[in-house]
Structures are given as structure tokens and as C-alpha cells.
Design a protein around this ligand. Structure first.
Ligand code: F6P
Length: 343
């Protein structure tokens, strides 16, 4: 444990952006400055800023007015300093260490998803005082009950599904909506349930396209005018096309029923954070500043049963938080006749 009182801290946002990043930056920064009298700098474009020593001074006034803003005022990138793909890449970790020391940093806050936590762990092993804050719309960071960005994303996806119901009904079509979630189906499950999806396909559950088609035919036979199929982008499927396109084509081919697909894409990551995400990101940020003041490093802040805790970064590495097949929402959904394509 570091006994010296932290004075100067750096913050960066890495990986794909999501609503709530600015709320988290603000939470860390304001608490660090106002409550602990620290100095705060923000690295631009994720780990690239740390490698290239590009940063901005964050004073309290720079942190005002950003709570409601989407994206990140610092910018982000998918730079992975420990992934050596071309000549010279192996110098990146050294550059990071040198810059950290040259800038007299006492701690570094890394706001990101799974990849960012992995990099944070490596930096911790190199002797840097690191603390992680979990974010991603995908909600798949291991060790925490929820990441910020997720609530905003399911709000956007749910609204999109709501809108599909009326046009599906008018035309008596099967509407397929593909939502984000490369490895996990949290968005598909939550938005699918909130939006009244009839069939929900998740990467975690093996579906059978014939069962999906059978369910759709049964619905039409029982006078249900239309069906809504919510598909996570990461479901296993043949061919090169998107998951939504594959499912739409397959349903049309096997049933002859008219289908249309919507790939929701990046709108799920854009715009102002929901109130719940603002609160969550603020809590995470303020708690991270507190952890730094207390010398609790090498950890990620997390939420368990609505309590803020820290988890050692080396417990998280390479683990994803998947939707369990007996997740209570899945159990309830099945009891209500929602199909997951695996019956
Ligand atoms: O933020 C997570 C995520 O949205 C995934 O669901 C998606 O597949 C991925 O990021 C795409 O991000 P990018 O195109 O920025 O790499």
C-alpha cells in the first residue's frame, strides 16, 4: 500500500465509447479536486495519449457542464499498448511508464471495458498505481453487477423495438432487430423483454433456426399478426452477413413470410446518458477518487448488490460476464411464452 498522499492523477477513457463517460470523468475529477485537493490531467484518445504524452489539464471548471454530454471529452481509441503488431510497438509500455513518471503521476484512472482492464492490470504489474472504472453498453465486464452505458443503450434499443411493433402490425411482417453485444446478450435480453420481443436470440444460448421458424409459423396460425425477433449481433451464424440479415433471410426462406431487418448499430452508443447511467458513472468516479486517496490501487471499482466495492484487476483478466442460461429474466420470459430459439 502506498502511504504517500496522492497529489497528481491522470484519467483516460479507452475502447468503444458509451454514454456516461463524461459523467465518470466528472465524478473522478471533481471529487479528486474538491474533496482531496488533487491535481488532475486527462490523456487524450485512450492509451494513445499516455504513449504520446498528450494530455489536458482538468480544472474544476473544465468538468462543469459535461454531465449530460454523450461521448467523451477526452476522446478514446482502441490502442492496446501490449499488443505488438508492428516494429516499434514493443516500446509502448516503456513510453507509458516514462511518461507516467515524468508527469509525476501518483495514480492513473482507466475508464474502459474488458480490454482496458487487461491493459490496466499489465500497467499495475509494471508498478503503476492504477484503478479501473468499468464501462460498456454491452454490460459484459466481469466482477460488477452493471456497467454504465448499458442503461442508456437498452433505452435506445427498447424505443426502436417499440417503433417496430406498429409498422410490423400494419404490414403483418416479421421484424428482426439486431442489437449490439459481440460476445454477450445483455442488450438483446433486456431491450428484448422491455420491448415485448417474441423471440430473443443471445450468443450464450444455442438457437436452432428451424425452431425460430416454427415459433413464427405458430404465431401466425394463432392469429398473431406479426412477430418481433431481437437478435444480438454476436450470435453464431453461417455466412458473412450480419446476424440480423441472416435470421431475416432464413425466416423468409423457410416460412415464406415477409421479413425486414433493422441493424441498430452505433445509435446505441451515442447521445446523452440516461439518469441511471449518470448516477452510476458519478458513483463509480467519485468512489475511484476515494480509493486513490486511500491508496487502494490495482483494482477496479464495481457494484455488488448496489454497494460500491473494489475487485483486484488480476481477478478480472480475460473473464467476461455472460448471461447465465438460468438468468431470472430468461426463466420468466420462457414462462410467458417468449422463445430463445432453443426449444
Ligand atoms: O461498445 C461495445 C461494442 O459496441 C460492441 O457491441 C460492438 O461490437 C463494438 O463495440 C463495436 O465497436 P467499434 O466499431 O467501435 O470497434
Amino acid at each position: 500500500m502506498n502511504t504517500r498522499k496522492p497529489k497528481r492523477i491522470g484519467i483516460l477513457t479507452a475502447g468503444g465509447d458509451c454514454p456516461g463517460l463524461n459523467a465518470a470523468i466528472r465524478g473522478v475529477g471533481k471529487t479528486a479536486i474538491v474533496n482531496y485537493g488533487m491535481e488532475v490531467i486527462g490523456f487524450t484518445a485512450g492509451f494513445s495519449g499516455l504513449i504520446e504524452k498528450e494530455y489536458v489539464q482538468l480544472k474544476e471548471h473544465n468538468l462543469s457542464g459535461i454531465l449530460t454530454l454523450g461521448g467523451t471529452i477526452l476522446g478514446t481509441s482502441r490502442e492496446k499498448p501490449y499488443k505488438f503488431v508492428k516494429e516499434g510497438d514493443n516500446e509502448k509500455p516503456e513510453l507509458i511508464k516514462n511518461n507516467y513518471h515524468e508527469l509525476s503521476l501518483d495514480a492513473l484512472v482507466c475508464i474502459g471495458g474488458n480490454g482496458t482492464m487487461k491493459t490496466a492490470e499489465r500497467l499495475m504489474e509494471e508498478g503503476l498505481n492504477v484503478i479501473g472504472i468499468p464501462k460498456t453498453i454491452d454490460n459484459d465486464v466481469w466482477g460488477t453487477d452493471v456497467t454504465f452505458g448499458f442503461d442508456s443503450a437498452i433505452q435506445i434499443a427498447t424505443e426502436a423495438i417499440d417503433r417496430l411493433h406498429t409498422t410490423a402490425n400494419s404490414h403483418q411482417r416479421v421484424m428482426i432487430i439486431e442489437v449490439m453485444g459481440h460476445h454477450t446478450g445483455w442488450i438483446a435480453l433486456y431491450a428484448g423483454m422491455a420491448g415485448g420481443g417474441d423471440i430473443i436470440l443471445l450468443p450464450e444460448l444455442d438457437y436452432n433456426i428451424r425452431s425460430v421458424c416454427k415459433r413464427i409459423e405458430e404465431r401466425f396460425e394463432s392469429k398473431k399478426a406479426y412477430s418481433i425477433v431481437v437478435v444480438a449481433e454476436g450470435i453464431n451464424h453461417p455466412g458473412e452477413q450480419s446476424a440480423g440479415r441472416y435470421v431475416a433471410e432464413a425466416i423468409h426462406t423457410y416460412t415464406g413470410i415477409e421479413t425486414r431487418e433493422t441493424v441498430l448499430g452505433y445509435v446505441q452508443r451515442g447521445g446523452s446518458p440516461s439518469p441511471m447511467d449518470r448516477i452510476l458513472a458519478t458513483r463509480y468516479g467519485a468512489f475511484a477518487a476515494q480509493c486513490i486517496a486511500q491508496g487502494d490501487f490495482g483494482t477496479m471499482v464495481a457494484i455488488k448488490n448496489n454497494n460500491l466495492i473494489t475487485i483486484p484487476l488480476n481477478e478480472i483478466s480475460d473473464r467476461l460476464r455472460f448471461v447465465e442460461e438460468d438468468h431470472p429474466l430468461i426463466v420468466k420470459a420462457r414462462q410467458m411464452g417468449v422463445s430463445f430459439g432453443d426449444e
